[in-house]
Design a protein around this ligand. Sequence first.
Ligand code: 15L
Length: 269
Amino acid sequence: MAIKQHEKILLTGAAGGLGKVLRESLKQNCTTLRLSDVVDFGAAAEGEEIMLADLADAAAVDAMVQGVDAIVHMGGKSLDGPFLPIMQANILGTYNLYEAARKFGVKRVVFASSNHVTGFYRQDETITADAPARPDGNYGLSKAFGEDLARYYFDRYGIETACVRIGSSFPEPRDRRMLATFLSYGDLHRLITACLTTPALGFSIIFGMSNNSVTWWDNSRARHVGYVPQDSSDVFREAVFARTPAPDFSDPAALHQGGAFVRMGPYEQ
Ligand code: 15L
């Protein structure tokens, strides 16, 4: 598949864990990669531009978005916590991003949503993208808002979005739960590439996971995206079982798909 289909892609959250990974791999997808984050993360390399922006600042977001032809939105808070910072970065921030996309004619967005939109489903059920949201905290709520926002901007303005409900994207699964939620870095890039290049994306929700034997998610509603995972958590299974204790099913974290997120909070503002 020819993946360099874009002139300029904006990657938000470029200083974050997955942002750093995608900074390297997304260079294959475009002529120029525009990188953004709220914190200074150094100088641009060849083929890169850097534009710092606080997502809650609409004027800064406008400047960040103007001139790009696609957006990979990894920016914002990536963990649960008190509502106000999440509201600023993820709710207001994503609103500002879509408004800028509308104003400057950006037609395709890959939105880093999260498995925590549906974290309160149990680990003994398999869900599709049609299952109603069951957020497991402020963070999951903000991502559910982002998905609704993306749907609205598609219905109203024709901006296509892939809401990628990222599972656990790390070098390898850290615990037994992640055997189900694991998304390798290679598959993360393959998935984003599929979202950026598929001819008709529309508004799509896709679970971001590798080809794990044990899974709670069914991506059959997103076949049109053309994502074919090539990695699997299965190769780590034995080692993870050897180094982790058997689950304690009196702990809600062991019962629900969101894991420990389901028992975080409440928070003081
Ligand atoms: C997420 O959405 C977080 O950003 C990440 O740090 C992981 O905790 C992941 O979910 C997960 O559920 O494992």
